[in-house]
Write a new protein. Structure first.
Length: 133
């Protein structure tokens, strides 16, 4: 996630995930504002058979927008990171660089200002117990 505002210092957040699929196409993204306002876009999702169940989603929202997150797969937790702006997440006030963690619950977002949000949706990880003996 990269700060595209020319008036602010540039900041870069890198997230690295390991995939068991070595033939997988990797994508690099920047500039959240170009992804469409008022919704989340999925950057990456697990492929069939992957043990690591992680979805990366980003969204840009305007002041006064509201959004309900209730489409996570069963057993998933959500880490919500505020890249820019002010948002109430289940009545918790969050601002620049704040992070909230939600486990097994719907998330209601109310935007007090324009905001860019990053979601890390984490599912249960299947562990091969034979491999760690």
């Amino acid at each position: 996630l990269n700060n595209a505002d020319e008036a602010e210092d540039s900041e870069l957040i890198e997230i690295w995930l390991e995939s068991g699929n070595f033939n997988r196409k990797y994508e690099f993204h920047s500039d959240l504002a170009n992804r469409g306002a008022g919704r989340f876009c999925t950057l990456t999702a697990p492929e069939q058979g992957e043990r690591q169940k992680i979805w990366l989603r980003v969204g840009s929202f305007a002041q006064g927008d509201s959004y309900e997150i209730n489409d996570q797969p069963d057993g998933c937790s959500v880490l919500l990171f505020v890249v820019t702006g002010l948002v109430n997440a289940n009545s918790n006030k969050l601002a620049y660089r704040d992070t909230a963690f939600f486990c097994g619950e719907a998330i209601s977002l109310e935007f007090e200002s324009a905001a860019d949000i990053f979601l890390l949706v984490m599912g249960t990880v299947e562990i091969n117990k034979e491999a760690i003996k």
